[in-house]
Design a binder for this molecule. Structure first.
Ligand code: K1U
Ligand code: ZN
Length: 168
């Protein structure tokens, strides 16, 4: 497994729309392993392939306290949304910034696992929020797109300053 580079806002590659995976194969499993290593190294609870500049519909997650319940979702889709709730979100592509975002409270969703088997499940709480956040990444959308233009401009300035400092 290898650690991959996570793209940071406002990198335009974060805006690309990912393509569905046609066949789940060894390449998909390699990508998922690399993404999990990257997510754990960056202390995230989720990561979408778009964030590591791969335009395939692959998401990894681990919401367990012990960080020992890795999950890979290939071609994930939300099939039903119920209610709304606001939750504090962060993003490995927008480091050092969190804010409240309103999303569906409960979801039903489908995906392929790493054996290519279709799985249908339901989620609420942080799991539901994380799945919606990661599918947004696959569609080129970031959680800060839900904020007011003024807030988004402030975030852009903050991250650009951080990016400049990192480049020194
Ligand atoms: O997609 C990503 O960039 C990963 C992101 C997932 C996520 C966290 C919180 C809400 C929605 C989606 C992160 O892992 S950010 C880091 C983190 O663990 C976290 C940050 C703020 C609140 C809760 C968790
Ligand atoms: Zn994110």
């Amino acid at each position: 497994m290898s650690r991959l580079t996570v793209l940071h806002f406002p990198d335009p590659r974060l805006r690309k729309k990912a393509r569905p995976v046609a066949v789940v194969d060894a390449g998909t499993r390699q990508l998922a392993g690399d993404m999990l290593e990257t997510m754990y190294a960056e202390n995230g609870i989720g990561l979408a392939a778009t964030q590591v500049n791969v335009q395939q519909r692959v998401v990894v997650m681990d919401l367990s306290k012990e960080r020992n319940e890795p999950l890979t979702l290939v071609n994930p889709v939300v099939t039903q949304k119920t209610g709304t709730e606001e939750m504090e979100e962060g993003c490995l592509s927008v480091p050092g910034y969190t804010d409240l975002v309103r999303r569906a409270e409960k979801i039903a969703y489908r995906y392929l696992d790493l054996d290519g088997e279709e799985v249908a499940a339901q989620a609420d709480g942080l799991r539901a929020v994380c799945i919606q956040h990661e599918i947004d990444h696959l569609d080129g959308k970031l959680f800060i797109d839900y904020l007011s233009p003024i807030k988004k401009q402030r975030v852009r300035k903050k991250i650009e300053k951080q990016n400049k400092t990192r480049a020194l």
